[in-house]
Design a protein around this ligand. Sequence first.
Ligand code: HMG
Length: 444
Amino acid sequence: MTDVGIDAVEFRTGKLKLDLAETFAEEKDDDPAKYTKGLGLHASSFPDAYEDIVTMAANAAKRLMDRRDLQPQDIGRIDVATESAFDHSKPVSTYVAGCLEQVYDTNFHHANKGERKFACISGTQSVDDAVNWIAAGKNRDRAALVIATDTALYERGDSGEATQGAGAVAMLIDEDPDVVTIEPEQGFGSADETDFLKPNQQFPSVDGKRSMQVYLMRMREALEDLEMQRDTHPDDFALVPFHTPFPGMVRKAAALGYRHVARNTDVEEELAEEIGRQPRPEAFDDEETYRDALKEYTDKLTETDTYQEWYGRAIEPTLEISAQVGNWYTGSVHVARLAGLKHARENGLDFDNRELLVCSYGSGAQAEIHTETVQPGWEEEIAQLSVDNQLVERYDISWDQYEQIHDVHNHDETTDVDAFTTPEDEFVFDGWGRMGERKYTYVE
Ligand code: HMG
């Protein structure tokens, strides 16, 4: 099969920042460590009054196309993944194409456009669709543009409020990619769950604690499914990027994943002297005692130097951006991959031809775990990103300003709030059209 995968990537954060320790915790009268240590989050990104899922997506896509000197006719497909869409019929990809056509001389009239929905996992599903389209030989030498874009807002006062975020990740999917190839083996864990959903409503109904259990159960199933297709070992993977609703969730998932992957390997044997071997179900009379023993083993495992060295190398770097921007829903696992590669570049790590284990997840619920192989062009591509500048330049909002901006993006509120930042060289939301559609212009 031809090598297909991510050839280029772009990152676009919402331009406002809510500091969780300084502003959110203070207002809620909470210990800041609940957010910075417990959830592992320092700040959330929010869109300014003129930003939304379309502007963030279009701005990411434009920067990617300009960097790669692409024209609309080079793109055969635009897939947008989002769970923040404002239209039940017209896909966000058409709005994005409309924006881009304002600034390029040609158009995307021969590109197939769509919108994918399955909570946060639809970003990865869109990448899969694009890879399959190219692998099937239907692309006529054109690439696919996949954009994961979300304004991940919760109702004010909801348990998820601290985990909000907003931003877009654009990815160019093509043959002989520069960043990673997507390998064909995929493990799935999927079940009909009601842990997080938006039945005809903007903000999610969430059973927060249960959503964490469901995340872990589906991840375990996906890993089991992958292991039916290939062997795994903790040392196989340079990075393990997870869907990151907040880093504390990944802390739990990583321990479970490591325990699983280390079972029946030399790693389990080497650790046996220190913490014993992993409990096996056949040694227990009932499920509950087995689960208790597993928990006890996992707690000891995460204290070992072996585990901590692995966590610091394969997981921690993937959380560095999420901790500063919050949950980007469909973009979250792609932010995690990007963060890990950015860390590797900044630390001079040789990742050429190394494998990544990419663990995606969407509530409702489904996990997908697949492997990717880092390509020799990755460093040059990652060097082009402006992540640090974008994060530093965010406008730090006060609590009052947070309340205002939350209302601006609440579809049930009508507000008239001035933007906190000044747009420059970017697409902006510009009011409503005659059929209730959102309108956009490019501001020089
Ligand atoms: P909560 O009840 O506010 O927080 O909500 P908590 O009391 O459980 O505390 C959080 C952690 O901080 C705990 O750590 C505390 O111990 C710790 P843990 O015990 O779990 O390891 N803590 C402290 N640590 C240090 N110093 C302190 C301190 N105080 C507490 N002083 C909850 C947490 C996740 C429920 C909430 O944020 C929520 O509802 N979030 C939204 C749902 C969510 O993100 N679920 C994650 C899995 S589902 C998913 O990822 C899919 C999703 O992205 C949607 C999609 O797919 O579309 C959400």
